[in-house]
Design a protein around this ligand. Structure first.
Ligand code: PGA
Length: 256
């Protein structure tokens, strides 16, 4: 991370875990642990139905609440979907877009990821856009091509001003939920590549200001060495974000 140039952001992705009652308790516990740790931003991306409880528990703390997806239309006949305006009215500030589980299990494409990110940004949300290669792509040596392409397609048409409401999360799919973490060097290599892509698309100032997270089995044991990398500006954390002590230790590592 480089706190002189950009914000460090530690975000939890709860996935499909916790009921509203459990969410209230867990957000409260994490917010208590995060108090005064203001060298990073802390975000918890919770299931849609948990949002009101999570926002209530986070009120007056330095924890912001995020959602895990958003639809790109303002309203209409899209059964099961949630609009950006609905999230904003509930007090949501961030939304994950293009998580590999959405791409793998729910048919998200680079095109729908781009549309969702744009809708989120237009509504004033910060979009956490996920990119990352699957194991076969890494083994074939095409990680850089895959990640560059996903990044470029997701950002297509966004202005530099709009880019200031984007976070990119580099999440190698083989590291998600597997306990297999990318080494700090592997994470740094791809996060630095993403920053070069941004410099090419926009300019160096925009690239330097962009927060680029690493995600994939980040935990209290490996967070410090990952965050020590110049281009790793935080984490998108699944499993360990459900454990208050682990998540608090990651926030501590981002504040060290
Ligand atoms: P994990 O999940 O930390 O459990 O690997 C990360 C993510 O999917 O965002």
């Amino acid at each position: 991370m480089n706190r002189d140039k950009r914000r460090t952001v530690i975000a939890g992705n709860w996935k499909m875990n916790k009921t509203p009652r459990e969410a209230f308790a867990l957000v409260s516990e994490i917010a208590a642990a995060a108090r005064g740790k203001d060298k990073c931003d802390v975000v918890l991306c919770v299931p849609f139905v948990d949002i009101p409880a999570a926002v209530a528990a986070a009120e007056g703390t330095n924890v912001a609440i995020g959602a895990q997806n958003v639809h790109f239309k303002e309203s209409g006949a899209y059964t099961g979907e949630i609009s950006a305006a609905m999230l904003v009215e509930c007090g949501v500030k961030y939304v994950i877009v293009g998580h590999s589980e959405r791409r793998q299990y729910f048919g998200e494409t680079d095109e729908t990821v781009r549309l969702r990110a744009k809708a989120a940004i237009d509504a004033g949300l910060t979009a956490i856009i996920c990119v990352g290669e699957v194991i076969g792509q890494r083994q074939s040596g095409i990680t850089n091509e895959v990640v560059s392409m996903q990044t470029k397609l997701a950002l297509e048409g966004l202005t530099k001003e709009e880019l200031s409401r984007v976070i990119i999360a580099y999440e190698p799919v083989w590291a998600i939920g597997t306990g297999l973490t990318a080494t700090p060097e592997q994470a740094e290599e791809v996060c630095a590549l993403i920053r070069r892509v941004i410099a090419d698309l926009y300019d160096q100032e925009a690239a330097d200001a962009l927060t680029i997270q690493y995600g994939g089995s980040m935990n209290e044991k490996n967070a410090a060495e990952l965050l020590a990398m110049e281009n790793v500006d935080g984490g998108l954390i699944g499993g360990a974000s459900l454990k208050p002590a682990s998540f608090a230790a990651i926030i501590d590592a981002a504040n060290a």
